[in-house]
Ligand binder design. Structure first.
Ligand code: SF4
Length: 369
């Protein structure tokens, strides 16, 4: 095992890290008549500027809620109960805490669409069926970029061309229902990118598409990212897409990030038993066709319940009785890779020796309840 970093090394890694969004200890609850669902239990993650962060995990682990919370769009009865969401725009690198803004106030309305855009699995979630595609894109441009209708139309046609629409002038006048699924997805991406955002939150954007269209859309997102230098938060359960698209990966389990690292480290040197189990459950090139894929035993606990200790302990192959079922593990940074952190008692001996980089607070450990 590599040596523990010195405090100055840890500080240097903080100083050079340029992020667009830094989420710290974010908690979201859904309060219903039958109880409280703890959707996020202290999520901390960082989205590097100009890079793609993949957010992975099983259904119900809080991936989509994290994306919605960044835009203050968690639907009722969901409420953000604590945490901070630091955002640094291209123009002003001074961080602002988005949670200090009114949910529907002028600052958040300006940030949505202009600085942070979101695309969903189902394009009709974003596209209004009673307006033409061009109308909807021009509207966003008029709102955030220029008051000139002629210029807004030209920009809309230009972005439709950029996303690979075959006849952008005609598509401009089409209604969403007149387009195929793949073209609607392109139209939604065009709308999201029309104001060259700092961050695009993409929530399973290609899950409903066939593989050829998916490959085209992923290529397109990468090209546009390079062109306008935006960051992407890519929410997905598809680890193949993560390998193709992402620079960094945050692995979520039951409303917490349990491991974050570069895509190479996640695939070739995963630390958390949940990450290891997820990777063993996907087919890989070169494996014997007769070999069975591993499954993660059990299922994600009922979101109304609160698991004591590490939330993964009822399913973990490395479970340590008396430790894992009593105490929530703290965040531990890997000594040989200061941006790689994991929340697991297996690495406790490393925690006693290291300085903790900013971005993820160790104080969110405790009993975690
Ligand atoms: Fe498994 Fe314990 Fe680590 Fe949780 S803390 S992942 S139960 S070894």
């Amino acid at each position: 095992m590599a040596s523990v970093p010195t405090a100055s090394q840890a500080l240097q890694s903080q100083a050079t890290a340029d992020y667009v969004v830094r989420v710290e200890d974010l908690r979201v609850e859904f309060r219903t008549s039958i109880g409280v669902t703890y959707a996020l239990n202290g999520v901390s993650l960082e989205i590097p500027r100009g890079k793609t962060l993949g957010v992975v995990g099983e259904s119900g682990c809080g991936k989509s809620v994290t994306g919605l919370a960044i835009l203050q769009l968690v639907p009722p009865p969901g409420v953000v109960t604590s945490g901070t969401i630091g955002f640094r725009s291209r123009e002003s690198r001074t961080p602002v805490n988005l949670l200090e803004y009114e949910r529907m106030g002028p600052e958040m309305r300006h940030i949505r669409g202009k600085s942070i855009s979101m695309i969903f699995q189902e394009p009709m979630t974003s596209l209004n069926p009673v307006y033409t595609v061009g109308n909807q894109i021009s509207e966003a441009v008029l709102l955030h970029q220029t008051g000139e209708h002629k210029e807004a139309k030209e920009r809309a046609i230009d972005i439709l061309r950029k996303v690979g629409m075959p006849n952008p002038e005609r598509i401009y006048s089409n209604y969403p229902h007149e387009l195929s699924g793949g073209m609607r997805q392109r139209a939604m991406i065009a709308m999201a990118l029309s104001c060259t955002p700092d961050l695009l939150i993409a929530d399973e954007p290609t899950t409903a598409l066939d593989v050829t269209t998916e490959a085209n859309i992923l290529d397109l997102m990468r090209e546009l990212q390079q062109e306008i230098g935006m960051s992407i938060m890519f929410v997905t359960h598809n680890l193949g897409v993560v390998a193709q698209m992402c620079d960094e990966v945050a692995v979520m389990y039951l409303g917490r990030v349990v491991e974050q690292a570069s895509v190479e480290e996640i695939f070739y040197d995963p630390k958390h038993p949940y990450t290891i189990s997820l990777l063993k459950s996907i087919p890989r090139l070169g494996t014997n066709r007769k070999e069975h894929l591993e499954v993660i035993r059990g299922s994600v606990p009922d979101p109304y319940s609160r698991v004591t200790g590490c939330p993964f302990h009822p399913r973990c192959p490395s479970f340590m009785p008396g430790i894992c079922d009593t105490t929530m593990p703290n965040v531990v940074y890997m000594p040989d890779s200061p941006q790689h952190f994991v929340r697991c008692h297996l690495y406790n001996d490393l925690a006693n020796h290291q300085a903790v980089p900013s971005g993820v607070s160790n104080s969110i450990g405790g009993n975690g309840q």
